[in-house]
Design a protein around this ligand. Sequence first.
Ligand SMILES: Nc1nc2c(ncn2[C@@H]2O[C@H](COP(=O)(O)OP(=O)(O)OP(=O)(O)O)[C@@H](O)[C@H]2O)c(=O)[nH]1
Ligand SMILES: [Mg+2]
Length: 292
Amino acid sequence: MPKVRTTPIATQGRTLVILPTFNERPNLEALVLAIRSEDCDVLVVDDNSPDGTGELADRLAGSDPGVLVEHRAGKLGLGSAHIAGLRRGTELGYALLVTMDADGSHQPRHLGPILAAARRSGGVVIGSRYVRGGSIVGWNARRKLLSHSANLYCRTLLGIRVHDCTSGYRCYPRRVIERIDLDRIVSDGYAFLIELLYRCLKAGVPVTEVPIRFQDRIAGTSKVSTAEITKALKLVPRLRWQRAAPRGLEVVSADPEIELNGIAARSPGQAGDGAASPVSATGDGGPGPDRS
Ligand SMILES: Nc1nc2c(ncn2[C@@H]2O[C@H](COP(=O)(O)OP(=O)(O)OP(=O)(O)O)[C@@H](O)[C@H]2O)c(=O)[nH]1
Ligand SMILES: [Mg+2]
């Protein structure tokens, strides 16, 4: 059984940032403090990290009710950690659920524009490296090529217009997650990011990309393995031809009346105070419910 703090906290209209962690001790404390200073709560989903990340998270939670921790018995995968966090955040009633890597690659200073775009659109927002204004710092040419190729592969095979399908920096309104059947997700690793995005698009949820400056991890080591990349490569054609969803994809359409923090959601075409230069990935491209 995962150990979860049960103290009731006020969540209405608030944002929960979900941090999946496996051996992120050197990066965690500064990140949690930076997120808290953006007035967001934090849920660390730790998979019994041998380096003591879970104990550090408990210590941070002990002195701050806005920090929650979910401990899992062992390394169960990035996707499964995201699902656990999204479920927990939904149960607790947070308005917006953000997922962010805990290695320093995803910077809390982008939360403002990302959350603003989510409130405007009522849909999913991706912190994107591959729209105008986005960038990557610290990757070598090989790593950049790998990431670009993966995104080109997803865009082409899935027929979607999202530029950064593999970014783990995302914001999902709770109302969107409540409409997606997480039990149908078949991926537990990195492929999960592609699968959930595709399911949201198929359900007619607007997807917006907001530029971020992505920085290579500050400390620690990457957990992406060749096996994870292979799984993601195999998932994409399965998703495209529906075999990953034996009972069919969600037929739910986005609710245009979604209310978030008192702000009625508008279509991506209506969005835009220009502050974050968000790019709609669904305006004319992503598959809608009737475009399967
Ligand atoms: N709870 C949990 N977290 C994980 C697992 N695998 C990775 N993570 C976390 O997920 C985030 C992303 O993992 P990274 O290893 O940084 O992967 P990446 O960002 O795609 O790749 P790099 O650019 O090489 O860092 C980090 O916060 C990891 O600690 C897992 O199995 N369980
Ligand atoms: Mg990383």
